[in-house]
Design a protein around this ligand. Sequence first.
Ligand SMILES: NC(=O)c1ccc[n+]([C@@H]2O[C@H](COP(=O)([O-])OP(=O)(O)OC[C@H]3O[C@@H](n4cnc5c(N)ncnc54)[C@H](O)[C@@H]3O)[C@@H](O)[C@H]2O)c1
Length: 692
Amino acid sequence: MTALTDMADLSIEDGIALITIDNPPVNALSHGVRQGISDGLAQCLADDQVEAIVLICAGRTFIAGADITEFGGPMKEPGLHAVLDDLENASKPVVAAIHGTALGGGLETALCCHYRVCDAGARFGLPEVNLGLLPGGGGTQRLPRVVGAEKALEMMVSGAQIGAAEALQEGLVEEIVEGELRSGAIAFARKVVAEGAPLAKVRDREEKLQSARDNPGLFDDFRKSIARKTRGFLAPESNIRCIEAAVNLPFDEGMAVERKLFQELMRGPQSRAQQYFFFAERQAGKIPDVPRDTAEIPITRVGVIGAGTMGGGISMNMANVGIAVTIIETQQEALDRGLGIIRKNYENTASKGRISSQDVEDRCGLITGSLQMEDLADCDLVIEAVFENMDLKKEIFSKLDGIVKQGAILASNTSALDINEIAAATARPESVIGLHFFSPANVMKLLEIVRGDKTGKEVIKTCMSFAKRIGKKAVLVGVCPGFVGNRILFPRQAQAQKLILEGALPHQVDKVLVEFGMPMGAFQMSDLAGLDIGWNAETSKGESIRDLLCEAGRRGQKTSAGYYDYDEKRTPSPSPVVEEIIRGFSDKAGLALRDISEEEILERCIYPMINEGAKILEEGIAIRASDIDVTWVYGYGWPVYRGGPMHYADSIGLDNVVATLRKYAEQTGDSSWEPAALMVRLAEEGKGFSDL
Ligand SMILES: NC(=O)c1ccc[n+]([C@@H]2O[C@H](COP(=O)([O-])OP(=O)(O)OC[C@H]3O[C@@H](n4cnc5c(N)ncnc54)[C@H](O)[C@@H]3O)[C@@H](O)[C@H]2O)c1
């Protein structure tokens, strides 16, 4: 075996050369890999002994993509295109031997080989769309030529992977090797040589494109089918346009379209935001003072207290991944209602064909109801989800302290209460932590893990790992009212309220937020949550629009009326009644109405969120700015193509954000607009949150 570079080797076995890539962890297409392939190929072509070449990877996977750290700067020679051209134009057969995942540039490399074989566990995909990009190594032109435009659309626009069996069926691989991949690939290469099989170039293939050429409506139908899911994103459309080019243009012209659209995306803000977010997500798992080797507490039995909205959703979340749950209520009726809703939810999912009726039984079978808190004695983790009331929570934690075995984790799902105060109700505050699920808890991806002053490191480590196990994206936060997510939400909602008193209407405010990319506006969100959360009919004195709406029986979507009117499909429409209530309120308060521009609406909703984020960082409530972004993308649907509120602030420049905040502080005389000291300092230094 000869080393080609520090990332690639060459060996020759009886006429078959093996170029082996070894660039852990995922054999990314770094410079040393490209150089290795290029040099290896040149040697093989010059060596008369070599009859065919196998491109194979060491470690756990085939080439799983580009080296993302090279993005942004010029690529060191040889560039990917040159290497891929060399592969495709090689005068001896090249066979890609694939295990693990052939993703992005990895799959594009494989598509430039003349033949592809894989093991049974191999997976294939072009996930560039998830980074706001398209496959820029010819993948947009070659994949449709191998699997057809329909399948290519599906794979490239979703970024989803397919397995070996499907790849074989689609013609993406010629053979699934039984047994060891290396020897299977060598045997395949020998067969190619023996049969004198042609040097099959994907670029020359046309037959799989025919069905798309015969179906002119294909692309527009596809666009319609994904419109809702991809609203606001640029990359899906660019991917589609490339595949259209593959179908309608000669290969080289299609490649030119790919190059142009790739450059546009690469230079644009969306891919920058999505690449940033890719790293942000990974960063969130790192806790500076909780090392990776911190011991974990094994979690097998989970208890949930409260079978309401959250307790039910949390229990479903556990059952969905096979974890047994005991769920506690104080009254049989409440327990029956809670368990009934869980069953109904599962049955609804089954009726849509997403799970089987056996799954319904299995999952319900994992959830046991009880009226005795003593039944939680053996649980490894107990999650409290009763009413948001400090006295009640303290009483429950004090009881749990006397019941649950030592070493178990005692968690609260409180949205805003002080975890330290709750922990102090026990004699083991080191075991107490906040696990803040978002509603619906079985669906929403975010889990805010709230660290109390005394929470133990093992408890934190266990909860971070447990979050992964139950399919959540965890962000570790500190104690403050509303933690990170809701604390940032509060000032936005407060501004939205002010805006409607000054002349905007709920649907005008919401339109701006939705066009910005949020899944719903401030008022749609309030209607969905229910306007009567924390509202009390007996003490309500019509002191806010919310009071007036609730008093009028408009409590949100559940009553088909809130800030909006709702039809039976829950479609909102602006309500004349609400407009009258709002205008009447402004009138009474002596507020002058004016036309408010969309720009002002956006600034007044978004900039206070950034400012609050800065304060959260100042106080050390979030570990890093990117954690705040992960919270808002996964917990509130902030558009990932804008990175998150803190990345968005960086992208517009902190000096601009500070100037705008000061403008409103001056205009309104409201000191809450004063920019956080941290942001002022960063702006003065010409830095962003990402420099922290
Ligand atoms: N609803 C949300 O969107 C949301 C989101 C995140 C967090 N939370 C938090 O989750 C908690 C629960 O909220 P929810 O919306 O599920 O409330 P909910 O009113 O739907 O459910 C609370 C349940 O707790 C039960 N309960 C009350 N006292 C009990 C006791 N002593 N023992 C056992 N059960 C008891 C009630 O019977 C009820 O079923 C609150 O702290 C809330 O702030 C709510």
